[in-house]
Design a protein around this ligand. Sequence first.
Ligand code: SAM
Ligand code: SF4
Length: 491
Amino acid sequence: MDLIKDIDIITAEEAQACDFKTTADENTGKSKKLYIESYGCQMNFSDSEIVASIMKESGFDTTSDFEQADVIFLNTCSIREKAEQTVRKRLSQFQTAKKNKPELTIGVLGCMAERLKENLLTEEKIVDVVVGPDAYRDLPNLISAAEEGEKGVNTFLSREETYADIAPVRLNSNGVTAFISIMRGCDNMCSFCVVPFTRGRERSRDPHSILAEAQDLFAKGYKEVTLLGQNVDSYKWSPEENNKARLNKKEDEVTEVVNFANLLEMVAQVSPYLRVRFSTSHPKDITDEVLYTIKKYDNICNYIHLPVQSGNSRVLDLMNRTYDREWYLNRVKAIREILGEECGISSDMITGFCTETEEEHQDTLSLMEIVKYDFSYMFFYSERPGTLAAKKFEDDIPLETKKRRLAEIIAKQGELSFERNKLDLYQEQLILIEGTAKKSDQQLKGRNSANKVVIIPADKAKKGDYVRVRISEVSQATLFGEVLEVNPVLA
Ligand code: SAM
Ligand code: SF4
């Protein structure tokens, strides 16, 4: 799933689907080839860049063709059942490759590895290694053992690991925008969610290493970084302790604490020509201090991904989201007051959670109408084994009802996206060009501060340029712009 995807008109089935990204060809003369397919969220794509870096040190270049590979990794997602089914189906498609090349090593990494552990080796005979998200430093050992015919599993979850010292190998990069992982794990216990079980406790990465990564990307020509975490507003680091739960207990014993607003400011100061984005914000944690920091720096984008999940307070309580409808709407009010109408706001929504009534579903639709989201990622509830909801509640909403409710919120979001996009008509905006447009090579695609895709003619600018445009036309998914100025002075 693209973190920031255009909202085209999608069906309920498509909303639940799981995309993947593969490695590109890199030939630096290493003796062996690694092929990675990454599923799920942007955190997973970022992890694959860490994995590629660790494997590079151990003699592997990446390839885009799994038939050329000595090692195939599937970096997996467990968030919905469909994501796991996709991976199992894909594994079966590698049977022929393994038959033709018995020395091929196949590894399952990420959340599914963590959730299923050694069971994966018995259930999927083709798999040689199973490695959880905190054990990637052990990959070279496990791969050597697998080459000797020994299958291996490492799903140890760490309380401190952040891979801060590992310089990611950029995969699928457009050379303009990059993701920087700032924290790992999650200490929230949303009752529907498998993440706390598959990615462990929350820990924050050393801000100096984050800053160094942002500076290095900027020096290499990148113009935008997105700071990534399951709950970025909860970022909290001290030189003595990076584990959130432990740090909260001994806050008066540490020499310094860096919070998310501090970190945002540090990264924003790299250069006015380096845009800064972040994701995901949890409604219970986003502070006015963060909103004022966004306001203070033109290069921090005016866009907040603030997943609500449901518009009904009883359902939010069952989901253990720790906020209610009123709290959420107050946070949106603060965003509008501090950052204005033009700040982009997007959401994640789950329909058909356990016991959700028709009226409660209507509350989600009415909340969407009040907030007027620019776009949303929308799913129907998928029960995950081991989660609080699976243990405590019956998954009692029929699939057809879940899908119908999902189709209704998708349709509502379509209307709202169009309504919001119309407000951009004839406005002057600054966009950053990311490359050629999907539909025509006569057009370039950029994004405005609010994270909306803006299309301009290709002859006026090039990838990596900042362009001041006037929005001349809008659709539900896209804005079209006239070029006013290329690479204006931003300092
Ligand atoms: N940490 C982020 C937050 O709290 O907003 C979300 C991370 S999760 C990888 C992305 C989204 O997947 C969630 O916001 C939720 O909407 C959806 N999701 C998680 N568990 C789900 C489940 N069991 N069924 C359906 N959707 C789910
Ligand atoms: Fe899952 Fe909730 Fe953590 Fe997001 S905040 S990763 S939904 S437990």
